[in-house]
Design a protein around this ligand. Structure first.
Ligand code: XUL
Length: 512
């Protein structure tokens, strides 16, 4: 048995896979809002941050880890788990002082993780990927290394607000004493991995590339990026290592508290998107995945790390070797849920009747589908922009609004992934909204390619479990053939005769 742990924005989940039967044995999940309401973070982050600040309480992740493992071990003994792998929401950072490792090593299994480890946090809250508060720091970092094209050449992305480098710089500027007290800066992935293994775990090349600090060509921390970011950063960053490489054995706390065997291995964790690439069986170059989650993401395996000339897309390390590209859209489920609530609909309405009664192309009714600030393109929208007939522009005709939102989301995605130069033969769709056949049909029509869905809902946790097996010496491709199967009735083909090239031009013009 192998365990994959996924620490994402709204929940922390675990998935146990069994190689003998080729099946997922058990899953357990903790929803931060519903299960840990005392953190007052209904969607996993502290609401109401000023100037675009979006932070989470790292104690919540620790409490969720204990709770998830209690739930899992109540269903299945964890004594035969041979290795643990993991993934975390990308970019989020956790700041600990020099007492962290000694606290990890003296954890008392009759207590819990969060109360024993919280004194080690040198920054009380963790900035996460939804944070847009570091525009100034991004500009300073870019200026220090000779401009954003240079940042992009070195790290695979221009300086980006949610990426960890600018968040570290802001912490150093706003709380220099706290920065100085910080012994190690972890990502969510390497933080949870450190807790599981009882030592400072490395960061992998997938998640490390989401920091604006790693040199993409050498997969080492980059001197010029570190000195542009904050002083003495070299001393505070974990080592870099491939995802799935061995960190060590599981900490004694988990043996005593949750019933793991002491010889259970722990592998280097990765980011949720690189883990999803593994879990979707798409690590080979040319495979395309669209994940419809809180944010929507488009990612694909890549051989060469060529970068986005518009500066919105990113290149990361690929846990399967080589590189991957990723383009992230902030207005994913956030926008779908905002429109659903505005119109008083439920999810069913997104399929039937809304999509059934409106034709592809929506009779020319077009929407820039942004209900709040967007990162691709980077712009502070405060609501959607509508262009079409008078009724539609007035926000009426709910079916047309629904179709316009979905077409707009996929048109925006198509427009901002053209630099990758991949003509997808087939798109693998994942994430909560991917189960909706109507949404899958719009994706197939806009991209002009068949869409497939895996029978597995949580591809990041599956990727994490596959990486755990890789840590134990198994071959990734063999595991992907075993676990990443498309669901029997999941294939949706593009509608004959439908062509979105004109709509794409109109959309680009409206975007300006
Ligand atoms: C990717 C990104 C998000 C997070 C949370 O760059 O910011 O997809 O990884 O899922």
């Amino acid at each position: 048995m192998y365990l994959g742990i996924d620490s994402s924005t709204q929940s922390l989940s675990g998935m146990l896979i069994d190689l003998e039967s080729g099946r997922i044995l058990q899953e357990a999940s903790v929803n931060f809002g519903a299960d840990l309401p005392h953190y007052s973070a209904p969607s996993g982050f502290i609401p109401g941050g000023s100037n675009g600040e979006v932070h989470s309480d790292p104690r919540m992740w620790l409490e969720a880890l204990d709770l998830m493992l209690s739930r899992l071990s109540a269903q299945t003994s964890l004594a035969t788990v041979k290795a643990v792998g993991g993934s975390g929401q990308q970019h989020g950072s956790v700041y600990v002082d020099d007492t962290f490792v000694s606290r990890l090593q003296s954890l008392d299994s009759s207590g819990n993780l969060f109360s024993q480890l919280s004194p080690a946090f040198s920054r009380a809250t963790s900035p996460i990927w939804m944070d847009t508060s570091t525009g100034r720091q991004c500009a300073e970092i870019a200026a220090a290394v000779g401009g954003n094209s240079e940042v992009c050449r070195i790290t695979g992305s221009v300086a980006v607000e949610r990426f960890t480098g600018s968040q570290i710089r802001k912490f150093f500027q706003h709380d220099p004493a706290g920065y100085q007290r910080t012994g190690r800066i972890h990502l969510v992935s390497s933080f949870i991995c450190s807790v599981m293994s009882g030592c400072h775990a490395p960061i992998d090349f997938g998640d490390g590339a989401g920091m604006n600090l790693m040199n993409l060509a050498s997969c080492q921390w980059d001197e010029s990026m570190m000195s542009a970011t904050a002083p003495a950063l070299w001393e505070k960053l974990p080592a870099l290592a491939p995802a799935g490489s061995l960190v060590g054995y599981i900490a004694d706390y988990f043996v005593k508290k949750h019933g793991f065997a002491p010889e259970c291995k722990v592998g280097v964790f990765t980011g949720d998107n690189p883990a999803s690439l593994v879990g979707m069986g798409a690590t080979a170059p040319g495979q395309v995945v669209i994940s419809l989650g809180t944010s929507d993401t488009f990612f694909a395996g890549m051989t060469e790390p060529h970068t986005d000339p518009r500066g919105f897309g990113h290149v990361f390390g690929n846990p399967g070797g080589g590189y991957m590209c990723l383009v992230c859209f902030r207005n994913g489920s956030l926008a779908r849920e905002a429109l659903r609530d505005q119109l008083g609909l439920d999810w069913q309405d997104f399929e039937a009747p809304a999509l059934a009664v409106t034709p592809p192309g929506n009779k020319g009714n077009l929407m820039l589908p942004f209900f709040g600030p967007e990162i691709t393109p980077r712009r502070d929208f405060d609501g959607p922009v509508r262009k079409g007939d008078a009724e539609f522009e007035a926000g009426e005709n709910p079916p047309a609004q629904v179709r316009a939102l979905l077409e707009g989301q996929f048109l925006n995605m198509k427009r901002h992934t053209d630099w990758i130069g991949i003509k997808a033969d087939c798109i693998r769709l994942t994430g909560g909204a991917s189960r909706n056949n109507g949404i899958a049909q719009v994706a197939a029509d806009v991209f002009g390619a068949p869409v497939e869905r895996l029978s597995i809902a949580n591809s990041a946790a599956l990727g994490a479990a596959i990486l755990a097996a890789v840590t134990d010496g198994c071959d990734m491709a063999t595991l992907q053939n075993m676990f990443c199967k498309t669901a029997a009735d999941s294939r949706v083909c593009p509608t004959t005769g439908v062509d979105y090239s004109h709509a794409l031009c109109e959309f680009a013009a409206l975007l300006g």
